[in-house]
Design a protein around this ligand. Structure first.
Ligand SMILES: Cc1cc2nc3c(=O)[nH]c(=O)nc-3n(C[C@H](O)[C@H](O)[C@H](O)COP(=O)(O)OP(=O)(O)OC[C@H]3O[C@@H](n4cnc5c(N)ncnc54)[C@H](O)[C@@H]3O)c2cc1C
Length: 393
C-alpha cells in the first residue's frame, strides 16, 4: 500500500485545484510526454499542448472573475503548472504568458487588460518575455535595449534580447527597455519601461539558438531595429518598468517551483517503477536500501518544498508579501527536483542514457531551472539579505 500525499491548500482554492488536477487529464491525452519529446527531437512545435490548455479553459485560471477570468489566483496557476509537469509536459509558453499577463493585470489599464489578458483565455494572445541581454543577465539594470519617445507620441525600440523562449510562437513580447536618455542613471524606480510589443512589427528579427534541452519550445536572439510602437504599448508608467516587473517576480518564483517539482515527481515515478522490476541479482533493485533511500529522500524533500510552494501561493493570493516563501519555494523546489532527477538517473543505470528511456532527457531542463529565470545564488542573496537582514554583498 502506498500513501497519497495531499498538499495543504488555501481552503478557498481547494475545489479549484482539484478541478485543475482533473482537467489536466485531457491536456495530457492530447499531448503526452512521448509526443512532447518527439517534437523536441524533430525541432518542431507541439501546438496540441497550447490548444488543449485552451480547450480545457485552463488559461482562464489566475485571472480574477471580476475581470472576466475563472479566478483561482496563483494557487490555480501553480496547480496547472505542477500537474502538467508531473505528467512530463511542462508548458513553457503557459508559464511565459501567465507571467506577462500578471504584469498587465497589475499595471496595465482597462483596455490593455481587455486586449492582452482576456485574449489569452481564448488562446489568441501568447506572450514571450524579453528581459535578458548579452551583457545583462542576472544584472538586468545593465540592459541596453532602448525605447525612445517619437514625435508621434509612440516609442522607437532598438537593441537585442537573448535566450528568448518561444519568440517564434508568440504574437507579443513583454519587453523591458531603457527609456532614460544615454548616460542617465537608471534604477528600480527610474529609467525603464515595460512594453507589450507586437512581434509582427517591421524591424524585429529572430535568430534561433541551439539550446540543448528537450522541449518543443525554442530560444532565440531577438533584434529590434527601429521598431515603432504606439504609446499604448507602454504598460504602466514610463520609468517604472523595472519595478513593475519586480512586482510579479513572486508569481514567477512559485510557478517555477511548480515546474521543477512536477518534473521531479515525474522522474521519481519512473525511477520507482523501474526499481520494482529491474532485478539483475534476482530481486528488484528497489529492495536495496542503497537504491531506495535516495528515492525516499527525494520524495521527502520535494514534499517539503511543495508545502512551502502552496503556502507561498496562498500568501500571494491573500495579498500578503510572499517574497520570503516564494524565493524559498523556488530554491527548495528546484534543488529537490534536481536531486530526484539525479536519483532517477542512478536508479536506471546505463539505461538512463538510452534516448528512448527518456530519463537523462529530463536533466538539462531541471539543471537550467537552477539558473533561469533566476539563479539560486540570487535567491539565496534575497533570503540572506531580506529574510535574515544580513548586509548586501
Ligand atoms: C533555456 C533558457 C530559457 C530562457 N528563457 C528566457 C526568456 O524567455 N526570457 C528572458 O528574458 N531570459 C531567458 N533566459 C535567460 C535567463 O533568465 C538567464 O540565463 C539568467 O537570468 C542568468 O543570466 P546569465 O545567463 O546572463 O548569467 P550571468 O548573469 O552571467 O550569471 C552567471 C552565473 O553567475 C552566478 N551569479 C550571477 N550573479 C550572481 C550574484 N549576484 N550572486 C551570486 N552568483 C551570481 C550564477 O551562478 C549564474 O548562473 C533563458 C535561459 C535559458 C538557458
Amino acid at each position: 500500500m502506498t500513501i497519497e500525499l495531499v498538499p495543504t491548500i488555501h481552503p478557498d482554492h481547494r475545489e479549484l485545484v482539484e478541478s485543475v488536477y482533473a482537467a489536466v487529464d485531457g491536456v495530457v491525452a492530447a499531448c503526452p510526454r512521448e509526443l512532447y519529446v518527439q517534437r523536441s527531437r524533430e525541432g518542431t512545435h507541439a501546438p496540441e499542448l497550447w490548444d488543449a490548455l485552451v480547450a480545457a479553459d485552463l488559461l482562464a485560471i489566475g485571472i480574477p472573475e471580476e475581470q472576466g477570468g475563472a479566478g483561482g489566483g496563483l494557487t490555480g496557476t501553480t496547480a496547472v503548472m505542477e500537474s502538467l509537469s508531473r505528467a512530463g509536459i511542462p508548458p513553457l509558453q503557459y508559464s511565459l504568458t501567465t507571467f506577462s499577463r500578471e504584469a498587465i493585470l497589475r499595471h496595465g489599464n482597462e483596455s490593455q487588460v481587455k486586449e492582452h489578458v482576456l485574449a489569452t483565455i481564448s488562446g489568441h494572445r501568447r506572450f514571450c518575455l524579453g528581459v535578458t541581454e548579452p551583457e545583462a543577465g542576472t544584472n538586468s539594470f545593465a540592459a541596453r535595449t532602448t525605447a525612445r519617445r517619437t514625435e508621434s507620441g509612440g516609442y522607437r525600440i532598438n537593441g537585442q534580447k537573448v535566450y528568448i523562449s518561444a519568440a517564434d510562437e508568440s504574437d507579443h513580447i513583454l519587453l523591458l527597455a531603457r527609456t532614460a536618455p544615454p548616460g542617465e542613471k537608471v534604477g528600480r524606480r527610474s529609467g525603464f519601461g515595460l512594453f507589450a510589443v507586437d512581434m509582427s512589427l517591421p524591424g524585429i528579427e529572430l535568430r534561433k539558438l541551439d539550446i540543448q534541452w528537450h522541449a518543443p519550445e525554442y530560444q532565440f536572439e531577438v533584434f529590434f531595429d527601429d521598431v515603432e510602437v504606439p504609446a499604448e504599448a507602454l504598460i504602466g508608467e514610463e520609468g517604472l518598468g523595472f519595478d513593475n516587473i519586480l512586482s510579479c517576480l513572486n508569481q514567477e518564483r512559485v510557478t517555477i517551483a511548480a515546474w521543477a517539482l512536477g518534473l521531479g515527481e515525474y522522474a521519481l515515478a519512473k525511477a520507482v517503477e523501474y526499481a520494482k522490476v529491474r532485478a539483475p541479482f534476482g530481486k528488484p533493485i528497489g529492495a536495496n536500501q542503497g537504491v531506495q533511500h535516495p528515492l525516499a529522500l527525494a520524495k521527502a524533500e520535494m514534499e517539503a518544498a511543495r508545502q512551502v510552494m502552496y503556502s507561498a501561493a496562498a500568501e500571494y493570493d491573500s495579498g500578503r508579501d510572499a517574497g520570503a516563501k516564494a524565493n524559498m519555494a523556488k530554491l527548495l523546489g528546484s534543488r529537490a527536483a534536481l536531486n530526484a532527477v539525479d536519483a532517477a538517473i542512478q536508479t536506471h543505470g546505463g539505461s538512463a542514457f538510452v534516448y528512448e528511456t527518456d530519463v537523462v532527457t529530463l536533466w538539462p531542463m531541471i539543471r537550467v531551472l537552477q539558473i533561469a529565470p533566476i539563479n539560486n545564488e540570487s535567491v539565496l542573496n534575497f533570503i540572506g539579505e531580506r529574510v535574515l537582514g544580513l548586509p548586501r554583498s
